[in-house]
Structure formats: C-alpha cells, structure tokens
Design a protein around this ligand. Structure first.
Ligand SMILES: C[S@@+](CC[C@H](N)C(=O)[O-])C[C@H]1O[C@@H](n2cnc3c(N)ncnc32)[C@H](O)[C@@H]1O
Ligand SMILES: [Zn+2]
Length: 281
C-alpha cells in the first residue's frame, strides 16, 4: 500500500476539510494530522470518544476463525453481487460501516475490480484486520453514530452488515440515488445456539424496526432471505458465539468452559435478510 492510495474522499474529523496523504500521515489544510498506523489503518476518533461497543481482540480473533470456516460465504457472495449491481456505473467509493475484519467489503472489491473501499469501524482491533483484507481497502477507526469522515456524495454504495446504522450519515455520504445494502439476522438465525446456550435473541420485529429507521431517507428496492442449514464443529460454534453480541454478556473464558459440554458438532440455521435501499432525497 502506498500513501497515494488513500482516497481523496476522507475528511478531517476536527474541521471537516479534505484529508490528503503524506508519508505515514493524513492531514488537512488546517494542519490537523493523523498517523497511518504500522498495520495500515488510520484512527480518526476524537481522543475522548466512547468506544463501549467496539469489538474486542477476542471477538475479532473469533470472527477470523468463524469466517474462515466458509459458513457465511453465501452471504458474502450475494452481498458482492448486490452491491456491484446496485452501484452500477455510478462513480464513488464503496463503504462498509461497522466492517469488522473487512471480509464482506473484500468480497465486493474482488468483484468490482477498479473501486476503492473504506472500512469504518470503531474497533481499532477490527481495523487492523480490515487494513490487510484487500489491497484496495483502507480502514478507518471512527464512530458510525457520529459524523462519518467522508465528503458528501462520495460513496457509490454503503454496506451495513450485522452492524449499527446511521441513516442520516449514510444518506449524506451516498451519491444521489446511491445504494445502501443491509444484512440483518432473522429471529431464527443460529436459533439452536441461541436457545441452547441462552444467548442474546434477535428482536422478532427487526424488519419493521429497520423499515422505520431507514424509511424517511431510503426506499427499499429489494429484500431477500438467505437460509442454509449448517453443521458446525464445536470450535466453530464457539467462534460464532464469541464474535457476536452475546460475547459482551458472557466472558470469553467462562464461555470456553461452558463449551466443554457442547457436542462435537451442532446443527444450526443461517437465516439472514439482505435488503437494498436507495436514497430518496
Ligand atoms: C457484529 S460485528 C459485524 C462486523 C462485520 N460487518 C461482519 O459482519 O463480519 C459489528 C461491528 O460493528 C462495530 N461497531 C460497533 N459500534 C460501532 C460504532 N458506533 N461505529 C462503528 N463501528 C461500530 C464493532 O466494532 C464490530 O466490528
Ligand atoms: Zn482539520
């Protein structure tokens, strides 16, 4: 990766001016500067930012293990198809907000061979991984609940996969008519694990909440359900739990102990909804 390959679309989190890349640093005309970490990501979070929802190193490592199993590959493949279709010829970068390890954005960039991608995540541990996930991907630590460090209308598509959504900011950074691709779990997703291990449940009214959250700024273009029966090894089941929301409520070591009693292999259902939205305003 060279410094020149940082996208021109990034903006300064202090004064909102464009950031340009120099050796090992991004800086704005007012002199605010942000080091490019050795691992290749940039931290644009203010020093006092609250990062309580950031994935921990254990969650990031578990996500690596689980995604390497390939069980979620059908999601990545379909997301890549839908983002490429939805972005079409519209110019702009591809953004994933709450990108985690960058697996899904990497699949999109593999398909869209000339685009640059930006992975935003509030976890620097996740951004370390995402920075190395694809040569055309750059990773930026920032808070998706706040202002995204991107120019207005600079993205051809925004992706939000199992991650927090900020419709106002997504609409602002999308070019007119740009597409938002969202993946949400259904109430049945990994149901056997959720019931068997007392994990955090998905709200059965999640679809309605998504519609209510996005509808002032986005219109739904398509929505499809992906379902697969999975056979997980004990280690994969543990990784699925340890990378998800339940990991915050069950300390890693205690979960590891509890998993000693789990069978060598488990049946589980992958059940997610992928929806495509377009800006209305
Ligand atoms: C369940 S993970 C999903 C990661 C990735 N999209 C995937 O599906 O593999 C949610 C991600 O959102 C990030 N996150 C949580 N709160 C955030 C915020 N306020 N701003 C940006 N990222 C956030 C977490 O650090 C985590 O990496
Ligand atoms: Zn500045």
């Amino acid at each position: 990766m060279t410094d020149a390959h940082w996208p021109m679309e990034l903006t300064c989190p202090v004064c909102d001016a464009p950031l340009t890349a120099g050796p090992g640093v991004l800086r704005c005309a007012a002199g605010h500067s942000f080091d490019i970490a050795r691992q290749g990501y940039v931290n644009l979070l203010p020093p006092n930012a609250r990062i309580g929802t950031a994935d921990t190193p254990e969650m990031v490592a578990s996500r690596d293990v689980f995604l390497a199993s390939g069980h979620y590959r059908p999601i990545a493949e379909r997301v890549a198809e839908l983002v490429a279709l939805a972005a079409g010829e519209r110019p702009g970068i591809i953004v994933e907000s709450g990108a985690g390890n960058g697996e899904y954005l990497a699949a999109v960039l593999e398909r869209m061979t000339t685009r640059l991608g930006i992975a935003f995540d509030i976890s620097k541990h996740a951004c370390r991984r995402a920075a190395g996930a694809h040569e055309r991907m750059r990773a930026v630590v920032c808070d998706a609940w706040g202002r995204l460090p991107l120019r207005d209308g600079s993205a051809a598509a925004v992706m939000s996969i199992f991650a927090p959504r900020n419709p106002v900011e997504f609409a602002r950074v999308l070019a007119g008519g740009g597409a938002l691709v969202v993946v949400t779990p259904t109430a049945e997703h990994l149901g056997s694990l959720v019931r068997g291990l007392g994990l955090v449940r998905v709200d059965p009214r999640k679809d309605e909440r998504l519609e209510a959250q996005l509808s002032p700024r986005f219109g739904c273009v398509s929505s499809e359900h992906i379902e697969r029966r999975l056979t997980l090894s004990r280690a994969e089941a543990f990784a699925a739990v340890a990378m998800g929301p339940s990991a915050r409520h069950h300390p890693f070591e205690r979960s590891q102990e509890a998993f000693g009693a789990v069978p060598e292999s488990l049946e589980a259902l992958l059940s997610v909804r992928i929806s495509v939205w377009r800006t209305l305003l």
